[in-house]
Each structure stands twice: as structure tokens, then as C-alpha cells.
Design a protein around this ligand. Structure first.
Ligand code: MRU
Length: 351
């Protein structure tokens, strides 16, 4: 199912994005025609989730190249920077766009035609999505083996936060990929999906994905974590990442760090699962990660209905940083990282 159900479709020179703002009630695709439309789709969260933001941006750069009458290295750089500014926290966006820039720069140095560059960028986007399935599968298997070692052979009760399945990753998923794979091996007893306030990725998207895969689950408010963990309802927690610093500090959806701290208190293993494209080893720790502040009406309103009194203030950081000391393990396609071992993360990521 995760192979055939795709949130990003490139077809006949057109980018189609599943409008994730309308899920699960409505499944409809939005047609994106140019760089500005693509950046807006990322900013407005028509498409979201760190890996999918990166893949979408690649096709956005292809659309931009196609629309130009002439190309220079400087104009390519400006267009890349415009795309990167769509959302600040997920490093996958700049990771993929900077790789597009290298393709463009090298192509220009070799006098390649605009048509060739366009085709190269489209092929690059297609390849990244295809390879992401292999990477997610590799991570799922590493997570599965870790659970067998840490929790044992009984069926597992797992918890997750935000959305990390095929809607966020294009295929299978990262944290949810581990859960989905474990379920395919008959090892999942139950999943608790945090509702993920205020944007409700858990209620709307993770529950949608778990339903599609017939995995037994309950949605819980994030405030229920302490209750569930203290009553021995959860064997392990899996989350994704938007940016992981060299020391293992991890930016992920707001609420993740609270969950990790509670997990540490109750001695529940807490894992981060993310591809190498979500790592940023240029920064030493999480204090260097820019946290996106989103509009306050995501908090004060629900689907256009006002909840808070007129004029109420709100603060809406979309992500937070989990200190690496609260993370049991970080899983990427290159292997398992114990963030408590200094230097291990950089060694694995650069291997
Ligand atoms: O704001 P979003 O919905 O793009 O945030 C998504 C998350 O924080 C995910 O947990 C993270 O990107 C990992 S995606 C596999």
C-alpha cells in the first residue's frame, strides 16, 4: 500500500501534491506549476514532513529551470535560496535544494541545455523518492532488531508523535516505518498516536495511515503520555526528526522533547528514526537549530471556528529540540547510533 499510495506525483511535466490539509475527510490533489507555487505549498503545509518537503522542492527547482529563458549560476542560487526559505527547521529542504544547485552549476559549466537540466532534476527527484523506500526499509529493519533486543519477543505496545508515515516520507515512513514493518512481522500489539497539537498531524494523518494499514491504535492527547507510561502501557517510543545536530540533539514536532523527558523518567526506550538527509552535522548541537514559529490562529481557532477570546495572544513554535541525553538511539539508513557516545553520530553519518 505504501508503494501505491503516493502524496507526491510527477506526471506529464506536472507536480501533483495530495492536499494534506484536507485529510482525512477529503483526498484531493493540488497541481503545482512553478517555484512560487511549490514554495507556497510547502509553507502552507499542503505537503509536509521533512522528507516530502525535500522531494517536493526538487521538482519545484525543475519547474523553475523549465520556465527560464536563460540560466546563470547566480540566478540558480537565488532561486534555490527562495525555495529554501519556505520553511526553516527541516534540513531536508536545504539538503535536497543544495544538491539541485550542484546539478545546475555543473550542468552550466558543461554547457548543458536547459532541457537537459530540467530532465536531470526530474530524474533526480524520481530517484530520491525511489531510494527513500529502500532507506526507510533499512531503517525499519534496524528498528525491528533493536526492539527485539530491548523489549523482547512479546508483542509490542508502541507510541509515536506527529506523522512520519508515507504522507511525510513518500513511502513507508521513518518512525512509522518501523511500526509498520513490525506489524507486518506480527509483532505489534497496539499503537498510541499522539494527536499532535496544534496542527493535529497525529489525529488527522497518523491515524489515517494506521487505519489504512489495519494497525490497532488509539489517538491520545500528548498530556496522556505520563499516564500511559506510568501505567506500563508503552514498551517503546518512536519519533521522526526534522534536523539532527552533530551531538544528537534532535528537532522534531513540538511536544517531542516533553515526551522524551517523561520517557526517561519512566525508563521507556525513546528512539529517533530519520534518513541521513535529516542530519545537519555542520551544527554542533540543537541550540543552533532555527525553530519555525507558525501563525497563532492554528492555536486560537479550529477549522475557522474561534476557540480563544477575541484578541487572545498565543505562541506557536512548530518544533522543539530534544536533548540527546533523553534519546536511547538514533536510527538512520546507515545504522544505529547511540547519541551518548561522543563522535559516533558523525562517524556513522559520514561513513
Ligand atoms: O510540521 P510538519 O508536519 O512538517 O512536521 C513533521 C514532523 O515534525 C515529523 O515528525 C518530522 O518531519 C519527521 S517526518 C518523517
Amino acid at each position: 500500500m505504501s508503494q501505491s499510495y503516493r502524496p507526491i506525483i510527477w506526471k506529464d511535466d506536472t507536480l501533483l501534491l495530495l492536499d494534506q490539509r484536507l485529510l482525512p475527510q477529503t483526498e484531493t490533489f493540488v497541481e503545482v506549476k512553478d517555484l512560487k507555487g511549490c514554495a507556497l505549498a510547502i509553507k502552507d503545509m499542503i505537503v509536509r514532513g521533512a522528507p516530502c518537503i525535500g522531494f517536493t522542492a526538487i521538482y519545484g527547482m525543475a519547474l523553475w529551470v523549465k520556465a527560464q529563458s536563460s540560466l546563470t549560476v547566480a540566478s540558480c542560487r537565488n532561486a534555490c535560496d527562495e525555495m529554501i526559505s519556505a520553511r526553516p527547521t527541516a534540513v531536508n529542504l536545504s539538503f535536497e535544494v543544495n544538491r539541485c544547485f550542484e546539478i545546475m552549476k555543473n550542468g552550466l559549466a558543461e554547457n548543458q541545455s536547459k532541457e537537459d537540466l530540467y530532465k536531470k532534476l526530474v530524474a533526480f527527484g524520481d530517484l530520491q523518492i525511489k531510494e527513500s523506500h529502500e532507506k526507510n526499509t533499512a531503517m525499519a529493519k534496524i528498528g525491528f532488531e533493536e526492539l527485539k533486543k530491548k523489549v523482547g519477543d512479546k508483542k509490542w505496545r508502541l507510541m509515536t508523535h506527529c506523522n512520519t508515515g508515507f504522507l511525510a516520507c513518500g513511502s513507508l515512513g521513518t518512525a512509522l516505518g518501523v511500526i509498520s514493518y513490525a506489524n507486518s512481522q506480527g509483532q505489534v500489539e497496539y499503537v498510541y498516536a499522539d494527536e499532535t497539537r496544534p496542527y493535529m498531524q497525529g489525529t488527522r494523518l497518523t491515524a489515517f495511515e494506521l487505519s489504512k494499514e489495519n494497525i490497532p491504535y488509539s489517538i491520545v492527547v500528548e498530556g496522556a503520555a505520563s499516564y500511559l507510561l506510568s501505567h506500563n502501557k508503552v514498551d517503546a517510543i518512536f519519533v521522526g526528526a526534522d534536523r539532527i545536530a552533530a551531538n544528537g540533539d534532535t528537532a522534531n514536532k513540538v511536544g517531542t522533547s516533553t515526551l522524551a523527558i517523561v520517557a526517561k523518567h519512566y525508563n521507556i526506550p525513546f528512539y529517533v528514526v530519520a534518513p541521513v538527509s535529516s542530519f545537519d552535522v555542520t551544527i554542533p548541537d540543537g541550540s543552533h537549530i532555527e525553530i519555525e514559529m507558525r501563525p497563532i490562529n492554528e492555536i486560537t481557532e479550529l477549522k475557522g471556528i474561534k476557540l480563544a477570546p477575541e484578541g487572545a495572544n498565543a505562541v506557536n513554535p512548530s518544533f522543539d529540540v530534544t536533548d540527546h541525553q533523553f534519546i536511547t538511539g538514533i536510527i538512520c539508513e546507515k545504522g544505529f547510533i547511540n547519541p551518548k557516545n561522543p563522535g559516533e553520530l558523525v562517524r556513522v553519518v559520514q561513513s
